[in-house]
Design a protein around this ligand. Structure first.
Ligand code: ARG
Length: 467
């Protein structure tokens, strides 16, 4: 029996009937639907809508549905269930008869789906935070392993200044730490319970909403029934947080794809995360990275899809809201798989430090430090910049680096050049002159590594608290 057929005289068009169902996808919400239903049954018993015997029957049947679905996935093949709410009701009635219908007393699917989705996203955030912590940890591990090894950094994808490999890796750590913060923040705001909001105006029963919320580990009941039954901000925030995470993973993939080209040769692709070509026998392709880059597009698209869906909806529930479900499921699952494979890749990847270091010492990447040297001798930086620019020009004609110019020639450009110029433009000195918070000086990067490790322990502690 449908949940709403009383006022209808004609059956639905069969194709439309199939088309409007959400059960093919919202069956994923079974666990959440059962938990929310058990909490609701308790509240009904609290106001004597259910007797203690009926409560026991209903909660036992809800448990049995969950257990059976776990051992027998075929249970979830139901061509009549309109959605997960209808499915659970059908199952209840088939197990305990008419009393199964009592669970829906004063309840609306509008508040149920709003609750289920909050529970689902909350669990997905916890899973994502755990996976993010794993990925952050491997970035810190690889940064630690890299020690004082160096590489070029780039602006406009042109060589800029040398940096520590650890400094480069920690840049990604920062992005991921912000992603974790965003997800944790979204979790805080979503953790309120819509049950008791009814269809739109609030339940017609005097339910103890606070105890329902508590039972489901929500912080409190939602404050306004019209908002609660139609709000999907929590989904938008979740999807947008994941789309920013996608942007980060995609940038990382893109950079590694560039770095593993024969032209760069900084990164040796792990065979376990590459594939070959059916035509060109020599090929090893960075498929894991390419797929992560591509899947980030889905995360962005899903966030856009739900945001656009929401923008035209008058209060309160509209069936349009059903269309927010699949983007949520897709992004949750996609993001977790991306994190998992990014972590696996980072564990296996090898850096060619010799190539990176050679690149870090060529093409005048100490020019900024050289200009700073002149500035430290009292030359205004604007002038120093010009002078070092002229020195670079000279080197390009001669085919040497700045330190390859004899002192006499340098002094021909400006008398402030002295013998200590040569040590000021050596690799380590160049690194260490970036001695500010957030800079690539070796001591600063050591501090940044320690801070990063500490933040991971903190994230892990928080993830553990929610588990
Ligand atoms: N399957 C529906 C959804 O996902 C559940 C709510 C149905 N409510 C209604 N008034 N038709 O949104």
């Amino acid at each position: 029996m449908k949940m709403w057929s009383g006022r209808f005289r004609q059956p639905l068009d069969p194709d439309f009937e199939r088309w409007q169902r959400s059960f093919p996808f919202d069956k994923q919400l079974l666990k959440q639907e059962l938990a929310a239903s058990a909490a609701y049954a308790n509240a009904l018993a609290g106001i004597a809508v259910l007797s203690s015997v009926e409560l026991e029957q209903i909660t036992a049947a809800l448990r049995a549905i969950g257990d059976e679905a776990g051992s027998n996935p075929a249970l979830l093949q139901d061509d009549e269930a309109e959605d997960i709410h209808h499915f659970v009701e059908k199952q209840l009635v088939s197990r305990i008869g008419e009393v199964g219908y009592k669970l829906h007393s004063g309840r609306s699917r509008n508040e149920q789906i709003a609750t289920d989705l909050r529970l689902y996203i909350r669990a997905q955030i916890d899973a994502a935070l755990t996976s993010l912590a794993d990925l952050m940890e491997i970035f810190v591990q690889r940064a630690t392993d890299a020690g004082d090894r160096t590489m070029p950094s780039y602006t406009h994808l042109q060589r800029a200044e040398p940096v520590l490999v650890a400094h480069w890796l920690l840049a990604y750590f920062e992005m991921l730490a912000r992603d974790a913060d965003r997800l944790a923040d979204c979790r805080k705001r979503l953790n309120v319970c819509p049950l008791g909001s009814g269809a739109i105006a609030g339940s017609t029963l005097s339910l103890d909403r606070k105890s329902i919320a508590k039972k489901l580990s929500f912080d409190s009941p939602t404050a306004n029934s019209m908002d609660a039954t139609s709000d999907r901000d929590f989904a938008i925030e979740f999807l947008q947080a994941l789309s920013v995470l996608g942007v980060h993973l995609s940038r990382w993939s893109e950079e590694l794809i560039i770095f593993c080209t024969q032209e760069f040769g900084f990164v040796k692709l792990p065979e376990s995360y590459s594939t070959g070509s059916s035509a060109m026998p020599q090929k090893q392709n960075p498929d894991a990275l390419e797929l992560i880059r591509a899947k980030s597009a889905r995360l962005i698209a899903n966030a856009n899809s739900v945001t656009i869906n929401m923008k035209g909806l008058p209060l309160a529930y509209n069936k349009d809201l059903q269309e927010t479900q699949q983007p949520i499921f897709d992004s949750a699952i996609t993001a977790l798989s991306m994190l998992q494979h990014a972590t696996g890749f980072m564990r296996e990847v090898q850096f060619d430090f010799a190539v990176m270091e050679a690149a870090a010492q060529s093409h005048f990447m100490n020019a900024f430090a050289a200009a700073t040297y002149l500035a430290s001798k009292g030359v205004p930086f604007r002038r120093a910049h010009e002078i070092i620019g002229a020195a670079v020009r000279l080197c390009m004609d001669k085919g040497c680096e700045l330190q390859g110019l004899p002192l006499t020639e340098l002094q021909g450009l400006h008398p402030a050049f002295a013998q200590d110029f040569y040590s000021a433009v050596q690799l380590n000195a160049v690194l260490d002159c970036h001695d500010v918070i957030g800079g690539t000086a070796r001591a600063r990067v050591k501090q940044a590594l320690a801070a990063a490790s500490q933040r991971i322990s903190q994230f892990k502690g928080e993830a553990h608290a929610h588990a």
